[in-house]
Ligand binder design. Structure first.
Ligand SMILES: [Ca+2]
Ligand SMILES: [Ca+2]
Ligand SMILES: [Ca+2]
Length: 666
């Protein structure tokens, strides 16, 4: 029988991970002086601010509604926002936080931020995870990374060992994506075996990025700037998807969608490339509505090749406000779009607003901007969406799921995915669907805390929780923890980034074997302050119930189901783990309710030999039994044991009886 790995191994592993994180901190602290020197040399005018920019145009251009780094820099430049704020908690560095038992979903969390961090430019968040469907060992996670100047606000970490370890791509101290301003999208195109990133791209004056066939190599020879996606400096909140179905009519199409703040309602637009990014179709308007609808995310159906965009009417912003979910669909490779669905308005999540954006926390007057955005997923005509809604009373946020079986035209009644009965926030969900139809939803969840404090490493705040469906969203397994610790609420101290920013989205995705996902975590401290690091974990996408964990101490014997022909007095039983001799009694084992008279242990206390002075066996079926907890193994009490054997006494060959001779009749 297979031995169960003792819980202490998991525990020690987690402690080890924590210590590795602490090592990162030590390196970081040593380089702070150097970082401060560099920061002092930064020019006074942010290179992202257009020369002679007229601050009175902020509202007209919708700068206050945009999420990109450049828009944030303009808000700061024009005095409408401060920069990121230091935390007042600087006294004591404590790494973390509820190290817990092994978790139901996912494996060990991985910090994507390897290498040196230089305070205060330490913010990495808003993430997009993609695995190579033809080589699951290759995973790329793209994110906003503020280590560079604002002219390099992008970052990515690459794993070549299936997600066990990641390395942050670094070339000359920066990401391999110069002249980009974040807004992570990373896609793998099976059509040309190439990885694509899409960013706010200064060289394109709009959207563009870098591609690579060797993503782990950060050199310019590996990551090459490809032809611009769109030339439009007011393109914001972009998203991307690629059709990797070789039998699709649109195989290899790379799709990118965004909000165009040059339009009166900042309408959603889409473009696509049918030649591996060499050229891009002229932008096509997706949302003709006369209200502002956020381009939440784009996705596609791996079976049908249809493309979907989830949109959100944010009800004019502020707090409180109502949200309305929208769906748009293209069935012709992105050429034409239909608004298939407009939902019922609902209360948006949050506790307050700073300017246009609702915020999840009251800290600093409002922190962690979030309007309720989620992520769509689609497979074989069934469309799925998770999003965020205000809870009842003081509960600022709950996670909801809706499902469409008619290609995004009508959706089921919303299902609340977080089942906690607290009034704590559950926010910013992501969703992915595997080719076999397993769904995995992940979100930020503060059910394990009572309050959060900006940047304070001694106040555990949230953990990633998750929920999985093995049947395409018809039913869901229980919600449970996904990340390994309850993270503090990380600070955002970067002066060039708006202070309400924590993470705008986390785009999860799936391949045949797994769901890959990422998030912002505050468990690693710098200068004694919790700060933002992008983290990664993954979950199997193989359907089926989880493998039941064998009980910690179980009994077995080959005698179960056997047939004996002599009445036994000796019973040898195997135990999965060593037995604690002090807890073992002869009477722990019974046959037909009759306790044994003596017991001995052998084989390193893993074999018990119960003996009876007189065999308890009866003709026919006999029942062996050990009650649950009758004795203990080194790792816990024994599980109940019961099974039967047959005793069949050999048949005595009947002696032929002399037939009575019939008496002769008289
Ligand atoms: Ca809640
Ligand atoms: Ca985990
Ligand atoms: Ca960081």
């Amino acid at each position: 029988m297979k031995k169960r790995v003792p819980q202490s191994v998991f525990f020690n592993l987690r402690v080890l991970i924590a210590l590795m994180g602490f090592g990162t901190f030590a390196v970081t602290a040593a380089s702070i002086a150097q970082a401060q020197q560099r920061h002092a040399n930064t020019g006074s005018i942010d290179p992202l601010i257009p020369a002679g920019f007229d601050c009175s145009k902020i509202h007209e251009l919708g700068i206050d509604k945009q999420e990109n780094l450049r828009a944030g820099a303009i808000m700061i430049f024009c005095g409408l926002s401060e920069g990121g704020k230091p935390s007042r908690h600087t006294a004591f560095t404590k790494l973390v936080q509820n190290i817990t038992a092994p978790l139901v979903y996912g494996g060990t969390d991985v910090d994507l931020i390897t290498g040196t961090e230089s305070f205060p430019n330490v913010t990495q968040s808003t993430t997009f995870s993609t695995a190579n469907p033809d080589n699951p060992n290759q995973i790329v996670v793209a994110y906003n990374d503020t280590r560079g100047p604002n002219t390099n606000g992008s970052g990515a970490s690459v794993s070549t060992d299936g997600g066990t370890t990641f390395t942050r791509l670094t070339y000359n101290g920066q990401s391999p994506f110069p002249n980009t301003g974040g807004g992570p999208v990373v896609l793998y195109s099976r059509h040309c075996s190439t990885w694509y990133t899409v960013w706010a791209d200064l060289a394109c004056g709009g959207l563009g990025g870098y591609k690579s066939t060797t993503p782990w190599d950060p050199s310019p020879a590996s990551w090459i700037h490809y032809n611009c996606v769109v030339n439009n400096p007011l393109a914001d909140r972009h998203s991307g998807w690629v059709d990797n179905n070789s039998s699709s009519l649109h195989y290899g199409n790379i799709y990118v969608s965004w909000n165009d703040f040059n339009q009166p309602n900042a309408n959603i637009f889409c473009t696509f490339s049918t030649d591996d990014g060499a050229t891009w179709h002229s932008p096509i308007m997706v949302s003709p509505q006369s209200t502002f609808i956020r381009n939440v995310q784009i996705t596609g159906d791996l079976v049908t090749g249809d493309v979907y965009i989830a949109g959100m009417d944010e009800g004019g912003g502020g707090f409180p406000h109502n949200n309305t979910n929208y769906f748009f669909r293209s069935t012709d490779g992105g050429n034409t779009w239909t608004n298939t669905y407009i939902g019922t308005p609902f209360s948006g999540p949050g506790v307050t607003a700073v300017g246009y954006f609702a915020c999840m926390f009251p800290d600093n007057g409002g922190y962690w901007r979030h309007e309720g955005w989620g992520e769509p997923a689609a497979l074989n005509g069934v469309v799925h969406y998770v999003y965020d809604q205000h809870g009842t009373g003081s509960d600022s946020a709950d996670i909801y799921y809706i499902r469409s079986t008619d290609m995004g035209q009508t959706f089921s009644a919303p299902v609340k995915l977080n089942t906690d009965t607290t009034s704590r926030p559950n926010w910013q969900p992501s969703l992915s669907i595997s080719p076999s139809g397993t769904l995995f939803a992940v979100w930020y969840d503060a059910r394990e805390s009572t309050s959060c404090t900006y940047g304070d490493p001694t106040v555990p705040c949230y953990r990633m929780w998750a929920r999985k469906s093995n049947d395409g969203g018809l039913t869901w397994l229980p919600d449970d923890a996904f990340s390994d610790v309850v993270s503090p609420l990380p600070a955002q101290p970067v002066p060039g980034i708006v202070p309400t920013y924590a993470s705008d989205y986390d785009y999860g995705s799936a391949i045949a074997t797994k769901h890959v996902t990422s998030w912002v975590d505050g468990r690693v401290t710098i200068e004694g302050v919790s700060q933002q690091d992008a983290f990664f974990d993954e979950e199997s996408s193989v359907a089926g119930t989880p493998t039941p964990t064998p009980p910690p101490c179980s009994v077995s014997t080959e005698g179960c189901g056997s047939i004996v022909t002599t009445p036994p007095t000796d019973f040898n039983l195997n135990v999965s783990d060593p037995v604690d001799p002090a807890s073992l009694d002869a009477s722990d084992f019974t046959v037909n309710g009759i306790p044994a008279d003596s017991v001995t242990l052998s084989n390193g206390n893993t074999t018990t030999d119960f003996t009876f002075n007189t065999s308890p066996a009866v003709q026919g079926v006999n029942t062996m039994h050990i009650a649950a907890g009758a004795f203990n193994c080194v790792n816990g009490p024994v599980a109940e044991f019961t099974c039967t054997f047959r005793y069949e006494a050999p048949r005595v060959t009947p002696t032929p009886r002399p037939r009575p001779t019939p008496l002769p009749r008289p």
